[in-house]
Design a protein around this ligand. Structure first.
Ligand SMILES: [Fe+2]
Length: 157
C-alpha cells in the first residue's frame, strides 16, 4: 500500500527548516565577531565553519522546496541577542538552537517515512549531521577529564 505524501505539510516544515538554518548562519556569524582571548583563532574558525554549514543546510532545504514545486520562504527564524560573549554561553545557546533544528528534521522524517525515499533519505542524513554536530558541541561543553555527557541521558540535541 502506498501512503500519500502530505506535500503541503512537508513544504511548511521545510520552510521552517530553511528559516531555522538561515537564522543559524546569522547567529554563528554574529558570535564569531565576539570571541576574544587566547582561544580566539580556532574558535572563530569553528564558528565560521558552522555558519557555512548552516548555509549549506538552508540551501539544501530550499532546493527540496523548489523540487516540490513550492515557494521558498524569505523569512528568517527567531534570533535572540543575549549579549553574551562567554564561550560557554555561546555554545549552550548554539546547542539549544541546533536542538530545535534537529527536532524539525525528526518531525520531517516522521512525515515522509515510507512515503518518499528521497525525502526520507534527506531527513535521515540531516538528523545524522545535526546529531553529530550536537555531540561535538556537547564535548566542547565538558570540562577536561570529564567523560559524562553535558546533557546526560537526553542524548545530544
Ligand atoms: Fe543545520
Amino acid at each position: 500500500m502506498v501512503v500519500a505524501l502530505d506535500e503541503d505539510k512537508v513544504v511548511a516544515l521545510l520552510n521552517r527548516i530553511l528559516e531555522q538554518e538561515l537564522a543559524g548562519v546569522v547567529r554563528y556569524t554574529h558570535y564569531s565577531f565576539l570571541v576574544f582571548g587566547f582561544g580566539r583563532i580556532p574558535i572563530v574558525a569553528w564558528l565560521r565553519e558552522q555558519a557555512t554549514e548552516s548555509l549549506m543546510h538552508a540551501q539544501q532545504a530550499g532546493e527540496m522546496i523548489t523540487h516540490l514545486g513550492a515557494y521558498p520562504s524569505l523569512t528568517i527564524g527567531p534570533l535572540l541577542d543575549s549579549h553574551q560573549t562567554d564561550i560557554g554561553t555561546i555554545l549552550r545557546e548554539s546547542l539549544e538552537s541546533e536542538g530545535q533544528a534537529l527536532a524539525l528534521y525528526k518531525e520531517l522524517l516522521a512525515l515522509v517515512e515510507n512515503r518518499s525515499v528521497m525525502l526520507e533519505e534527506y531527513a535521515r542524513q540531516m538528523i545524522h549531521a545535526e546529531e553529530m554536530h550536537a555531540g561535538e558541541v556537547d564535548k566542547m561543553l565538558r570540562r577536561p577529564g570529564e567523560v559524562a555527557a553535558f546533557r546526560p541521558g537526553a542524548g545530544p540535541g
